[in-house]
Design a protein around this ligand. Structure first.
Ligand code: HEM
Length: 299
């Protein structure tokens, strides 16, 4: 796998600002029109830092079967609603200038208009050196370098799949009143790390978030590449969680354990945060500096 095989912005550090576009297929748009729009998007994105993902609903409409692609699972045994939705097209625009991002988002919205409507725009940003708005550092245990590439991207003999990635998105909304009502010690126990120095707590409870999700504790080990960013909108805010991997299995194993579906112990994070949207995407690979849409165009 080389850097030219995948969407490099997945691997790149998070930017100072970002815009996420959640797009829905226009009901009247024909298969051929959608493909034409995606080709135009491919041209535009070649010169701008961005990542795109295609949802199962769009892939089904285009009659494209990506092995192991699926919609966000319904977890019937869970009492916590994940608010799973199919989103046809997901665009993540990255940049350092919020005004510039605004204009790029508008440009893309216009480009997509014949085939897709932008249903939701989420503005996100980097907090400190990559902290969640609870002030805990996020991403510490991410795989690095070659391990990150092996974790995030699909190796395949099929060039239309090689370098592609599966993406789990969850927009979490925090309840800051509940968070503020906790003592510092309770907050540290909820995460399982000390906010002051980011050290893992030796005596963290089983409900601590990092105990629930400890990637090496799963069998097989469950590694994902997280590239989450804080978001805020009027009085609401939280974490726009994104996890890239070569399959959805690692994310699902982590989420099952967070929900207590294995042992009845629910992740303490749910005391202060809840997902308001959950969705899955397939992020196409790259070829010669452009999105490789050959899987789509051959159907
Ligand atoms: C409100 C939402 C969330 C917040 C605020 C949050 C925050 C954090 C923080 C502060 C850490 C410790 C530092 C680090 O290693 O990154 C962490 C670790 C981690 N989180 Fe989350 N997280 C959230 C949701 C999720 C979800 C939904 C998953 C997956 C289903 C997840 C998976 C992980 C993993 C895999 C680790 C590293 C565990 C390890 O191997 O030590 N997180 N998270």
């Amino acid at each position: 796998m080389t850097m030219s095989d995948f969407q490099t912005e997945i691997l790149a550090p998070i930017s100072a600002h970002a815009v996420y576009l959640h797009c829905c297929r226009q009901p009247q748009a024909l298969n051929t029109e959608i493909k034409q729009t995606l080709i135009q998007l491919q041209e535009t994105l070649a010169s701008t830092p961005a990542v795109i993902g295609l949802g199962a609903s769009l892939l089904n409409f285009l009659k494209l079967d990506i092995p192991n692609m699926r919609s966000f699972p319904h977890l019937p045994a869970s009492h916590i609603d994940m608010h799973a939705f199919d989103i046809d097209l997901w665009v993540w625009l990255k940049g350092d200038d919020r005004g510039d991002l605004f204009h790029r988002a508008r440009e893309i919205q216009t480009l997509l208009a014949p085939s897709f409507a932008v249903q939701q725009t989420v503005n996100a940003f980097k907090y400190k050196s990559g902290h969640d708005l609870t002030d805990y550092e996020d991403g510490t245990e991410n795989p690095q370098d070659q391990a990150a590439i092996a974790c995030a991207f699909i190796e395949s003999n099929n060039p239309a799949l090689h370098g592609s990635s599966f993406l789990a998105v969850q927009r979490w909304q925090h309840n800051f009143s509940a968070f503020d009502a906790m003592s510092d010690a309770q907050q540290d126990a909820m995460i399982g790390r000390r906010r002051s120095d980011n050290e893992e707590l030796d005596d963290a409870p089983e409900s601590a978030h990092v105990k629930r999700t400890a990637q090496e504790s799963f069998s097989p080990e469950a590694f994902v590449l997280r590239r989450s960013m804080p978001w805020s909108e009027q009085d609401n805010a939280g974490l726009y969680f994104t996890a890239f991997a070569h399959s959805f299995d690692a994310f699902e194993a982590q989420l099952q354990r967070m929900l207590g579906l294995d042992d009845g112990i629910v992740d303490a994070l749910f005391q202060i945060s809840t997902p308001i949207i959950s969705s899955y995407f397939w992020c196409p690979p790259m070829q010669k500096g452009r999105l490789n849409l050959s899987a789509l165009l051959s159907t």
